[in-house]
Each structure stands twice: as structure tokens, then as C-alpha cells.
Design a binder for this molecule. Structure first.
Ligand SMILES: [Fe+2]
Length: 354
């Protein structure tokens, strides 16, 4: 683009007299007129010098292609540039029609230079507003894109921080659960195995990620209430008396009370309180049945019982896997939710855990 400080005006007219008048007149008025004798020249001038042309003065009546036919082509190539139509007095109707179809204004021949330059100035002002609008829109768009990128970056950072935090949280809770287990050599690793098995069952049953996370915490901490049960009673190698049993059976409620003091563990309260409830209502502490039992608790019940069967306890040796599976199926529908037993056994979700 040539830039000599002049404003370039494209004049399209087949009349040599008008070409001459406008070349001299617009030149004297401080513009840089580019004269085209027909539509073809106009289109190629736009292609060559399109960026530098600020306004177009277009004759309506021309032999090859009329100004009215040319107008949409010009607008397609350069929508910002205002087009002023030149029309003979007899063509006034056509001039008005042109205005309706995208022309900026029209000037009636014979052209009075002072009138034409006034219209050109108005067109240039109009164009400057459009350009400014476009600049602002572009800037807005750039800003929006930059903001979107920033939000995406921050979201990814937060996501990473969240994953790290969750990992740390889970580790802390696992250590806490293992500290409780350390009191009892027979239950070492039990909570971690219950957590892994429960998560696998929930995943198979189509639980959402957030629910599985709650389940993992609840499974790790299901026996945290044992802190409040005398050790002698926990390690007793013979059957418990009636009174001892009722003390032992307080551990789910104690666990719920401990966890209720921490906001983060609120979703774990029901699963922890209900991890000894039985499907048929024969469990404790509330004797809940079937659908009244928290769904996560029902998973923990099965994983907890199955891991207990396959581990050595003070009062008995570990049961062989096949015997444990038989026992699990025997209590299917009474102690345990049948669907959970089926998923655990059908897909052998305990493989690699117990
Ligand atoms: Fe328990």
C-alpha cells in the first residue's frame, strides 16, 4: 500500500469529462484520486490497492457493468469502504434503490465539487467509526481468547493441585487408619484392602468418581471407632460376653462421632455408622434393612466381611478362598446385598488384593 499521507479515493466513471474534473478537483481538495473507466478496472484496482482505498465514487450508468451490479461485488471484497453513487437526475429512483442496497449516499450529476467533498468527508468519518468498531471488536476477541487461555491454564493448575492434595489427604488418612490397625497385628492392612476392594466394586457398579472417593475414605476409616473400645476386648481370643458384645458394637457410632467433627468427612458418616448393618435387618447399630442402608455402607459390609474371612483372627485361622466365597454366597441376600456379592465374585475383584 502506498502511503503518502493522501486519502485515496477510487472514482469509477466512463465519462472522460467527469474523470478529468474529479481527478483535478479531488486532487486539489487534498485527496489522491484513482480513476477507473469501467467496472473491470474498478475491481482490479480494488484487488491491487484495496487496502489503501478509503472511499469509492461510483457511477450508476456504465456500459460494461452498471454501478448497481458492481456494488455488491465491491461490498463483498471490502465491506468497510463506503460507496457514493453518482446518478443522473433522471436516475434518482435508481440512486435511492442503491442506497437501500449498501451504498453510503448518492450525489446527483452534474457534480458540484463542494457537495461531493462534503459527502466524501461524511463517508470517511463513517468509515473511521466502522474501523474503530472493528479494532475494538478485534481487541475484545483477542482479550476473550487470552482470558480463555488463562482460565484453561489456571484450571489445569488447579486440577493438578487438587490431585496432589487428594493424594496427600488419602495418604494421611491411610496412615491414620494404619495407626489404629497397628494396635492389632491381626488386622494389619485390612483397611487398605477394604478400600481397594470397595472401590473396585463401586467402579463396576457404575458409581461416580466423587462417590468412589467418599467410599475410599469411608472404607479406610470404617473401624476408626475402635479407638474407643478397650484393647483387651478387641484382642480377646474367645467369644465375647453379652455385655462385651454390646460395648464392641458401639464402634460404628463412635467412629461416626469422631468423623462428624471434621467437615471434610461429612459424606463418610452414614457409610461408617452403617458398616455393620445387614441386608435383612439383623445387623447393628440401627438394624436397617435393604434399601434403607446407605449404598456405600453396603459395599463396605461385603468387602470388610470378605477380607475378615480370608485373614487370620485371634479366635480363628484364615479361611481358604473357596470356603470364604461359599460363605459369602451363603449370606447373599441375608447379610449381604446380593448384587454386591455377585459383582465381587463374578469379576473376582479381590484378585491381587487379598
Ligand atoms: Fe467394624
Amino acid at each position: 500500500m502506498k502511503d503518502n499521507g493522501f486519502v485515496r479515493i477510487l472514482v469509477v466513471d466512463d465519462d472522460p469529462a467527469i474523470q478529468k474534473v474529479l481527478r483535478i478537483g479531488l486532487g486539489n481538495a487534498g485527496y489522491e484520486p484513482v480513476i477507473c473507466r469501467n467496472g473491470r478496472e474498478c475491481l482490479s484496482a480494488l484487488e491491487e490497492k484495496g487496502h489503501g482505498i478509503k472511499t469509492i465514487v461510483l457511477d450508476i450508468r456504465m456500459p460494461d457493468i452498471t454501478g448497481l451490479d458492481l456494488l455488491p461485488k465491491i461490498k463483498k471484497m471490502d465491506p468497510l469502504t463506503p460507496v457514493i453513487m453518482l446518478t443522473a437526475f433522471a436516475d434518482l429512483e435508481t440512486g435511492l434503490a442503491a442506497m437501500k442496497s449498501q451504498a453510503f449516499d448518492y450525489v446527483v450529476k452534474p457534480v458540484r465539487l463542494i457537495h461531493l467533498t462534503a459527502v466524501i468527508e461524511k463517508a470517511l468519518y463513517h468509515r473511521s467509526i466502522l474501523e474503530e468498531n472493528e479494532r475494538l471488536n478485534r481487541k475484545n476477541e483477542e482479550y476473550r481468547l487470552a482470558l480463555e487461555r488463562k482460565v484453561e491454564e489456571r484450571t489445569a493448575e488447579l486440577q493438578q493441585a487438587y490431585v496432589k492434595l487428594r493424594q496427600t489427604n488419602l495418604e494421611t488418612v491411610r496412615v491414620l487408619a494404619e495407626t489404629i490397625e497397628a494396635k492389632d497385628q491381626y488386622t494389619r492392612g485390612h483397611c487398605q484392602r477394604v478400600r481397594l476392594m470397595s472401590a473396585k466394586i463401586a467402579l463396576k457398579l457404575g458409581y461416580k468418581t466423587q462417590e468412589i472417593r467418599t467410599l475410599e475414605y469411608a472404607a479406610l476409616l470404617h473401624d476408626i471407632g475402635k479407638i474407643g473400645i478397650p484393647e483387651l476386648l478387641l484382642h480377646k481370643d474367645s467369644s465375647l460376653t453379652e455385655e462385651e458384645r454390646s460395648i464392641f458394637q458401639m464402634h460404628p457410632k463412635i467412629g461416626e462421632t469422631i468423623l462428624s467433627t471434621v467437615e471434610f468427612f461429612q459424606p463418610c458418616l452414614d457409610p461408617v455408622r452403617q458398616h455393620h448393618e445387614h441386608y435383612d435387618g439383623s445387623g447393628y447399630p440401627d438394624g436397617l434393612t435393604g434399601e434403607k442402608i446407605d449404598p456405600l455402607a453396603k459395599i463396605i459390609v461385603v468387602a470388610d466381611a470378605f477380607d475378615a474371612m480370608t485373614s487370620t483372627r485371634p479366635y480363628r485361622n484364615a479361611m481358604p478362598l473357596e470356603v470364604s466365597l461359599k460363605e459369602l454366597n451363603r449370606c447373599r441376600g441375608s447379610h449381604f446385598d446380593p448384587e454386591i456379592v455377585d459383582v465381587l465374585t463374578r469379576y473376582r475383584l479381590f484378585d491381587g488384593i487379598i
